[in-house]
Write a protein that binds this ligand. Sequence first.
Ligand code: ATP
Length: 360
Amino acid sequence: MYLEALALTQFRNFAQAKIEPGQTINLITGDNGSGKTSLLESIYCLGFGRSFRPGSYRQLIQHDQSRFTVFARVVEQSGQKHTVGYQRDDVGEVQLRIDSEKEKKFAALARMVPVQLMTPESTELVLGGPKQRRQFIDWGVFHVEHSFYSDWVNFSKILKQRNSLLKMRRFKNEHAYWDEQLASHGERIADYRESYIEGLSDYLSERLKTFLPQYEFTAVLKAGWDRSGTLLDALNKHQEQDLRYGHTTVGPHKAELRIQANGDDVKNILSRGQLKLLVAALKLVQGEYLQRQTGVQCIYLVDDIAAELDEHSQKKFCDALMASNSQVFVSAIDVGILAELFSSADIKMFHVEHGTVKEQ
Ligand SMILES: Nc1ncnc2c1ncn2[C@@H]1O[C@H](COP(=O)(O)OP(=O)(O)OP(=O)(O)O)[C@@H](O)[C@H]1O
């Protein structure tokens, strides 16, 4: 899929802005503080319902205004078009629209706008805690396996209930009911994740052979409990411990994806630039896998491509972005080397200046 039109109202420093992006490479240029990242952020909001930058949603609303709106016309692989709209006001009220109809669930919008983001901070995916990697896997599973979402929502609700009972030490009487529910959703979540990582692994190995050929990579998924037994058994076994800690210590919410290079944690072995290339590989293959499994193409948002990548690495990354045939939005201060890197692509250029954007 791709965005045929994007319109922002009172979003960050944009009072009103409209663009008609190209189907492949879109270069967004402008000085520091002009609004390049904000433009990418607005697209990200359609896919995630929140920003990738720290702070509250209120910071997305233009100063002295009371709401922001992001609107897009989405073209599916089949050629079918839909309009999607996301509005949020300063008291947190959210209005979602798909084809002018009100929509209650953000997941419906997210499904229509699969977005992958690369920023200089994206290395947190491998340097940060396991939650980042669980979110990475879950993005993929959510878009590939549609029944995952209801298991995930139910699991999260029950986990919250179970944890509050554990905290109040009122767990014992009710535990059988909660544990059975939690275990059945949890087992399914683990199965989905396992088969997703299994499917993704071949694509990842291939991509890493080009990106970082000097290393042998492995990606091992730990389910969050010992899967030689059931989750129900693990919950029973850890009940004393859970009561002591006041929360559930086993289950898919404790899953971890361990990525190693030459048998060592990538954190210990790769340079900053190599880590960025690894993360680029992870994000690219998620898009590739999504397309293979569902026929849907995701949108790549790339903020400041040059940061920490040498020219050789930038070329590998840009070549892979072009080969994906997906819609890509790349921000940079000036066109500089980007025009050369993307010279074989059909490029559309936009220039941002003080919250206004013009096609060039
Ligand atoms: N809610 C808001 N209302 C109005 N202006 C805002 C709001 N939030 C941020 N800004 C301003 O919007 C401008 C654009 O920021 P943005 O991060 O998008 O710039 P950029 O072009 O990506 O800059 P850089 O090249 O430095 O990364 C900044 O000057 C910022 O102060």
